[in-house]
Structures are given as C-alpha cells and as structure tokens.
Design a protein around this ligand. Sequence first.
Ligand SMILES: [Fe+2]
Length: 325
Amino acid sequence: MKDLLPLLLIPLAAGFRRNDFAAAAPVSNNMTDHHMMSDAMPSDDMMPHTMPPTGMAPNGVTPTGMTPNGMTPNGMTPNGMTPTGMTPTGMTPNGMTPNGMTPNGMTPNGMTPNGMTPNGMTPNGRYQLPPLPYDYDALEPYIDEETMRVHHDGHHRKYVDELNKALSKYPRLFNLTLEELLRNPNRLPSDIAEDVVNNGGGHYNHTFFWQIMSPEGGGRPDGNLSAAINRTFGSFDSFKNTFKETALDLFGSGWTWLLKDDSGNLRLATTRNQNTPIPLGFRPIIALDVWEHAYYLKHQNDRGAYIDDWFNVVDWDQAEELYNM
Ligand SMILES: [Fe+2]
C-alpha cells in the first residue's frame, strides 16, 4: 500500500483484535432441592453407634454430610454456593461478577461500562466519541491540557461526526466493524470511500492513541516486548532513536507505528494522513500522532521536542499487553 512505508523489513503481520471480546458463557444455576437435608435425615434406628446423641459424627457432620448450620464441610451451601450466595469463583449464580458485569468486563447485554458496543458504537449503531481514559491535564507537563482538549473534543469528534455522516448514506455499513470498513476500502461505495478512510481512520487512530498514553507511562517496557525490542533494534535506546527519526522524517501529517507481525517480529512504519495499518493486518503496539494539531500549541514547530516529551507518557504496560495478545 503506497501510504504505508515500512521502514524496517522485519517480518510481521497480525489482525488488530483489541475489540475481539467474547461473551462469557453464563455459569449454570445448579440449584438443588433445599429439602434434601430434612428428607434425608435417617431415623434413630439407622444411626451408627459411633455417633453422638445429636446424630452427628464426631467431626460435627450430620449423616447427610452437612454441618449443623446446613453447610458442607468446606463451607459451601448445599447448592455449591458460598454463604454470600456467590459461586466458589466469586461469581453470582448467573455467571456475573458482583457488580453485574460479565467476567470480561461487559454488561449483560454485551456493552462496555460506558454504554458502547465493543467496536465503539452507540446502541443505535452510530459511532460515538469515546471519553479520554484520563483527565485532560493528566499528561502534563509533557502533553498540555489545551492541546488535549482541542485534539480530543475538536479533532477526534470531527472524525466521528464525519464518519457517521458518510455511513448514513449506506446505513447497512453500520453493521460492519470499523476494522472491517478500513480493511478493504476499495470495496466501499466510491462516493464515500475517501471520507470513510479519512474519518474512520481518524477515529481508529485517535482511539488507539489515547489508550497507549497514561499519566503513569514513560520508562521502558519489560517482559516479552522488551526482549523483542532488544532483538530487533539492539537496545531500547536504539529503538527510541530509530522511532524518533522515523517520525521526524515523515513529511506532512501522519502517524508513526510500532507494529507486530504473526511471528512476533516488530517493524516500524509510517502512515500518511489518517491511514491505518489495518490493511496490512499488522497489530499496533504503540503509535505517535505526528499531525501538527497534536503538538503545535505547546511545541510549535519543534516536532523533536514533542516526540521526546511523548515518550514520557507512553503506556508500556498496555503495549506489553497488546504485544502478548
Ligand atoms: Fe490527531
């Protein structure tokens, strides 16, 4: 693809599956008959001679195997629940967590806690601006509050609005995920293809960008990602320098990416404008917005200073999770 400029020819590829949430199968509610104790109590002439007069074995267990308070010896109720009504794994009988979420953090109807579907849609099938995962000033002093407000509330919102506007001409396209829309843009209706690539890409890229930054970011990765970076670039410092040079060399507006292929190998790449790495099937690990709107208010035309500051907020824990997926 002409807009993707892989700078290192290291093997790579992998679908971006951050939204591949699978609904957890509910745990069956294996309720048992509460009459089992009384019905199963043996008559006196059935009592073993080793039992005390109360009909209990020396270890305090009744002939039905229950303790006097109706619990099994391991502290469970007859239907296998803990005294608080939870299953041994801490779930409610219908397989939900105590706060009513499924084990993967979704509400029972498959929505995220902020009311979005897993692919960032509102319940009526329209795209919606996701809230920042932190306060506007949380990335100070590296990324300033004013830039974050304009960038998120202004630029990102415009991409979302324009994407909805373009897709409204062909409402059936709202049934596709954002990744599906962007994977084969040449299959889109020709009169909206460019708008979907630009604005759908803008929505995808910025949603990823907010999530790969954190007030607790900075430092360097560890674990598998650190090993892969060292294997590919020689060292973390060498990686940072190469990433920075790649971003500085991008003429005009676009994005710089660290990507992973199916073999776990890393590559650097740039995409122009709001193009995404989705068509290549590579999984994003980190991404840097190199549009001037991302830094001009604070860093003016000093893109290098912006890149240096940005490395202080990169969420390497999130990057490690993405790498390990
Ligand atoms: Fe941006």
